[in-house]
Design a protein around this ligand. Sequence first.
Ligand code: 13P
Length: 256
Amino acid sequence: MRQIIIGNWKMNGSPALVDEMARAIYACAASLPCDLVLCPPATLIAPLAQALPGIAIGGQDCHEREAGAHTGDIAAGMLRAAGASHVILGHSERRADHGESDAMVRAKIGAARAAGLTPIVCVGEDEAARRAGDAEAVVIRQLTASLPEDFAANGLGMVAYEPIWAIGSGRIPSATEIAAMHGAIRAALRARFGEAGAAIAILYGGSVKPGNAAAVLALPEVGGALVGGASLVPADFLAIAGAATAEALGRTAVAG
Ligand code: 13P
């Protein structure tokens, strides 16, 4: 299975960036060694999906309910109708800015799956936990509480390990630390979901740049990358995608 490179634009982007990104990706998509998913702000999902047919598009969050009086929120079905096939859930910025708990993330995963979206579920420790030697325990606890029992059922969910202290900081865990955490996540997924847990892609996110992508993507159990800042610069995003390895283990196909 191919590695998956996901761009999380966060609260950035514009119609101009949609055009620029679409042109850059269109020129080389067929030759990339990986699958791409682009997660722009909700207002840019439809234009990006129209500009790049064949490239998977994702939302950055969804509400746990199908519809209702929830001003400012967006339902999974609305993302799907706009052209999305994926949705990022439980990003640390959502957990921090909007108080999202593991239980809320779990409910949102259910809503995403019911709407036919592939959830990309984020977990990651803060700096204090890493310093205290608790990173693995914190991440596995988050993972266990965030994933519903049927997470592995249709083979379309993914997990993204994003240490909070590495996001937007230019700092990144050592290769040993990334490999150890991905190994621990894999072991937890296998223990809970059996063989189906072996096929769930585990992506790394946090300051992935063209200069470090090849080293990160070559590590065992790294099924791809979740890229923030560098995904706003087409040349950088495509350089990261170009660093993907063709055949790492344990990943999930991107269904558009
Ligand atoms: P950066 O790549 O900007 O560190 O962001 C990572 C991230 O949060 C992706 O979801």
